[in-house]
Design a protein around this ligand. Structure first.
Ligand code: UD1
Ligand code: UDP
Length: 368
């Protein structure tokens, strides 16, 4: 069976990497990889670490790209890839412009589509924007739906997807995390880890920050920065912020936060360095989907700087807190979590057990 994995951004690559390696174990599969390179540097970092050499690289990223321009580029370039590779199955991931455009291109050529990380929903088209609609569209196109949690599967069933086209798998991000944590425990290190060790006082409380959601550009990011300035008045904390390369994020964050001694604005980290840093953190403030799924593995609380989340399993289980982008709420919650002693109970990660890729591959072998 010919399988083509297509992805384009950092989180898709992290979450598709374990699946790629699992598929490669079986000679019945002829596996190829197409990257749209919707992200460039941030994607290449992941490919290097997971040792994936793409068969096709569409190289579409443009500085400050528009959603329509990006969509048009991907859609037009996929004809060549699909006609050249002639896959029996295309696998896409999640909710990016890459996943939806690739799924649509495959559908136009009557090629079957499997959707990894299927069924996540807020049912609010504006939040997250444009991801909520992307995942609904990909869900309509897909023939097979790999839902990370029971809740995802339930959403799909309610939307009329047939039961036998859905598999609950856990999130492949946990597979990636297990693999990476094992490497780190066995002594794997990076230049970025060494630099962090030399430049940051790890005896202080570490607050790790990330953010990139389009619906927070402007006021939302300004409010977050104001909150970080307030939190940084406490000299016992070190705030480390690997700043996303989106120019709309960079502008606000560098303008507002560059001159503070205990706020460290750094380049996006390669994946193992980021995992290493998560483990050193007392608190994470982020609007990232992937980080909401990873932090429970290390029992690190996350303030989710969004108005909605499709990942409420972490909130229900007490790992994360939906705080929006209100400055005083972020400051109050950060102070509360930094000063309260969190019970380090061994609660299971609600997003997965590290075996998602195995389950997906088993399904493909036996049902497709
Ligand atoms: C994209 C996804 C979002 C995902 C996020 C993960 C869409 C619409 N958005 O958002 O769902 O959560 O990735 O990070 O699919 N850039 C670089 N180098 C890079 C990456 C980005 O310079 O390696 C800059 C470019 O100027 C680019 C801009 O960031 O035009 C925006 O990239 P884009 O992929 O459109 O949006 P993200 O905000 O990264
Ligand atoms: N990540 C990383 N380096 C960083 C920041 C994040 O490798 O500097 C990883 C993080 O561990 C997670 C993923 O990138 O697996 C999340 O990506 P992002 O927040 O860009 O996208 P989202 O998950 O919100 O779609």
């Amino acid at each position: 069976m010919k399988i083509l994995l297509c992805f384009g951004t950092r989180p898709e690559a992290i979450k598709m990497a374990p699946l790629f390696h699992e598929l490669k174990k079986y000679s019945i599969f002829e596996v190829k990889v197409c990257i749209t390179a919707q992200h460039r540097e941030m994607l290449d970092q992941v490919l290097d670490f997971f040792e994936i050499v793409p068969d096709y690289d569409l190289d579409v990223m443009q500085p400050n790209q528009t959603l329509n321009g990006l969509s048009a580029h991907i859609l037009s370039k996929m004809d060549y890839v699909l006609n050249d590779s002639k896959p029996d199955l295309v696998l896409v991931h999640g909710d990016t412009t890459t996943s939806t455009m690739v799924a649509l291109a495959a559908f136009h050529l009557s090629i079957k589509v499997g959707h990894v990380e299927a069924g996540l929903r807020t049912y609010n088209k504006k939040s997250p924007f444009p991801e909520e609609l992307n995942r609904q569209l990909t869900g309509r196109i897909a023939d097979f739906h790999f839902a990370p949690t029971q809740k995802g599967a339930k959403n799909l069933l309610q939307e009329g997807v047939k039961k036998d086209a859905i598999l609950v798998t856990g999130n492949t991000v946990v597979d990636a995390l297990v693999l990476t944590s094992e490497k780190l425990v066995n002594g794997f290190t990076t230049t970025a880890i060494q630099t962090l060790k030399n430049s940051i006082n790890f005896s202080r409380k570490i607050i790790l920050v990330t953010g990139h959601r389009r619906e927070s550009f402007g006021e939302g990011f300004e409010n977050l920065c104001k909150a970080l300035l307030k939190i940084a008045e406490n000299e016992e904390v070190e705030i480390i912020y690997p700043v996303h390369l989106n120019p709309n994020v960079q502008k606000t964050v560098f303008e507002m936060l560059s001159k503070v001694e205990n706020i460290h604005l750094i380049q996006p980290l390669d994946y193992p360095s980021f995992v290493w840093l998560m483990r050193k953190s007392s608190l994470i403030i982020s609007d990232s989907g992937g980080i909401q799924e990873e932090a429970p593995a290390f029992n690190i609380p996350v303030l989710v700087t969004r108005e909605t989340t499709e990942r409420d399993e972490g909130i229900t289980a007490g790992f994360s807190y939906l705080v929006g982008t209100n400055t005083s709420t972020i400051v109050e919650m950060a102070n509360m979590l930094l000063h309260s002693k969190l019970e380090k109970e061994d609660k299971p990660n609600p997003y997965g057990d590290g075996k998602a890729s195995e389950r997906i591959v088993h399904f493909i072998k036996n049902h497709i």
